[in-house]
Design a protein around this ligand. Sequence first.
Ligand code: ADP
Ligand code: MG
Length: 225
Amino acid sequence: FNNELQHAEKMEIISELAASVAHEVRNPLQVTRGFLQLLGERSASSDKAYIDMALDELDRASGIITDFLTFAKPGAENIKTLSIAEEFRHIEGVLTPLASIHHGTIVMDIAPDLYVKGNSSKFKQAFINMIKNSIEAFQDEGQITIAASKENGEIVIRIRDDGVGMGPEELKRLGEPYFSNKTKGTGLGLMVTFRIIEAMQGTLKFSSEKGAGTEATIRLPEASE
Ligand code: ADP
Ligand code: MG
C-alpha cells in the first residue's frame, strides 16, 4: 500500500512537470510558426518547399506536446454534457479531407439523442487519434465506419476500418507509450486516447485481423440531456 501511494505521488509529480514543460514550450513554437509562415509568403517558390517542411515538422512537435499535455491533464476540467452527434459532425469535418487524400471515405451512423459527460476537446482528441490511425492503416483505398448507439443504458461507439489490421502481438501493446510501427509515429496517440476514455469512466477495446481491418469499441456511461 505504501509503495502504491509513492507511485501515485510520483505519477502526480511527473504529470505536473510534463504539463508545465509542454505548456512553456508550446508558446515559442507558435511564435516560430508565425514567423516562418510570414517568411514563406515572401520567399521564392524554390525556398517555399523547405519552409513547408519546417512548418510540417513544427506541427508535428506541437502535436507531440499536445499529447503530453493531455496525458498529464486528461480532462478533469470543463466537463459538459456532450452530444455524440455534434461531436462527431465536427470530427468528420476535420478528418474527411485527410481520408480523401489517402483515397478513403468516412461513413457515419450515429443515433440521435446520445449524450455523455466530458471535456469536448479531449473527447475529440481521443477519437481523432483513433480515426487517424485507421486512415494511416488504409491499403490502396479504405473505408471507416463510425457507429454510435445505446446498448443496455450505455453509449457504445464502434470505429471500424478495412486497413492493414494487426496481429495479436501488436494488439496487446496498444496504448503502451512509444509503441509505434510507423517511421514518423510517436506511439503516444493511443496512450492518450486510453487515458481520456478512462477519465470519462469508459472502456476501450480493440479487435483486429491482419490484412482485414480493425474495430475499436468504446463504451461510455450515458448522460441525460
Ligand atoms: P502512432 O500512430 O504514432 O504509431 P498510436 O499510439 O496512435 O501511435 O498507435 C500505435 C500503433 O498501433 C501504430 O503504429 C499501429 O501499428 C497500430 N495501430 C493503431 N491503430 C491501428 C489501426 N486502426 N490499424 C492498424 N494498426 C493500428
Ligand atoms: Mg496514431
